[in-house]
Write a protein that binds this ligand. Structure first.
Ligand code: AMP
Ligand code: FE
Ligand code: FE
Ligand code: ZN
Length: 284
């Protein structure tokens, strides 16, 4: 059965593999398709698509937007029109807002005497810098054992170097993806630690605003959890999707395609998304 991964980060945001590297890795692993879903940007897609063309691997354009509902909620968007003016206006705003937040975080570190130069980070990591990059820098400076440790002690909410950024309202995120011709999907529903009733309330709100899918197969989710999500997706007439949330070496426990082990996302999930986006389907 053809196998895919619809949740992948690259160096265009906070992943550590370039878009071309991710495509090569997917090819080596025998995946049939991957979606590039960087935070707040579609900038990695062009390079990945070119490499996919060269190697014969299907690459799907995507993006992940952070929103809030009680706590963080992430919305994935697939097959967005990369030239959509409204999409580009919003992603520019998101990246600028991130940049302001990042400068605050860098300043907090500098005030503690740490040699953190944000402009140098921009040179090194590109336009979309996230807390994982700061975590990496803190590890290099010897302040933390690894990225997880740096998060827990320095950059998680409530920790010394955390600064908040702004978020698009959840309704706006979903509508934006639809306006840009894309398919909005709720990412990793169990990461939000919501009770069943709360998750249902969230789904009601999202569906009302145009949500079309839900990520049912995800790194670390047990088969029981997956079955619960698949049933919920069916109930809400949402397309099931799945992916690893691969980030490369900043999240070394997550492998492309396999997640934390045993992840299997069937190609038919992508056919569902394609049908919703009005794109021609391939044989499974
Ligand atoms: P940002 O969007 O820059 O605030 O950073 C959020 C990103 O950091 C998330 O999308 C994850 O990729 C990553 N992240 C959040 N919490 C942790 C954690 N505890 N350990 C490792 N990575 C994390
Ligand atoms: Fe991330
Ligand atoms: Fe996410
Ligand atoms: Zn992600």
């Amino acid at each position: 059965m053809k196998r895919i991964d619809l949740h992948v980060h690259t160096t265009a945001s906070d992943g550590t593999c370039s878009p071309a590297e991710v495509v090569r890795l997917a090819k080596e692993k025998g995946l049939s398709a991957i979606a590039i879903t960087d935070h707040d940007t579609i900038a990695g897609y062009a390079e990945a698509a070119a490499e996919g063309e060269r190697l014969g691997l299907e690459v799907v354009p995507g993006m992940e937007i952070s929103t809030r509902y009680l706590g963080p909620v992430h919305i994935l968007g697939y097959y967005l029109d990369t030239k959509s003016p409204v999409l580009n206006e919003v992603t520019d705003w998101l990246v600028q807002d991130r940049d302001k937040r990042n400068r605050k975080m860098a300043k907090l570190m500098q005030d503690d005497g740490l040699p953190v130069d944000y402009d140098a980070m921009r040179e090194r990591f590109g336009a979309v810098i996230g807390r994982p990059h700061f975590a990496e820098v803190l590890v290099e400076l010897g302040l933390a054992e690894n990225v997880q440790d740096a998060f827990a002690r320095f950059v998680e909410r409530g920790q010394r170097y955390y600064a908040a950024r702004n978020f698009l309202p959840i309704e706006r995120s979903i509508r934006l993806i639809r306006e840009a011709g894309g398919v909005p999907v709720m990412a990793h529903p169990f990461q939000y630690k919501l009770q069943d009733a709360q998750l249902r309330e969230l789904l009601d709100l999202c569906v009302k605003n145009g949500l079309m899918g839900m990520e049912c197969r995800y790194s670390g989710y047990t088969e029981e959890q997956v079955q619960y999500l698949l049933a919920l997706a069916k109930e809400y007439s949402l397309l099931p999707t799945g992916g690893s949330d691969f980030h490369g070496s900043v999240k070394p426990h997550i492998a492309l395609g396999d997640g934390t082990g045993g992840l299997f996302v069937p190609y038919r999930f992508l056919n569902g998304v394609k049908a919703a986006a009005g794109i021609e389907m391939e044989r499974e």
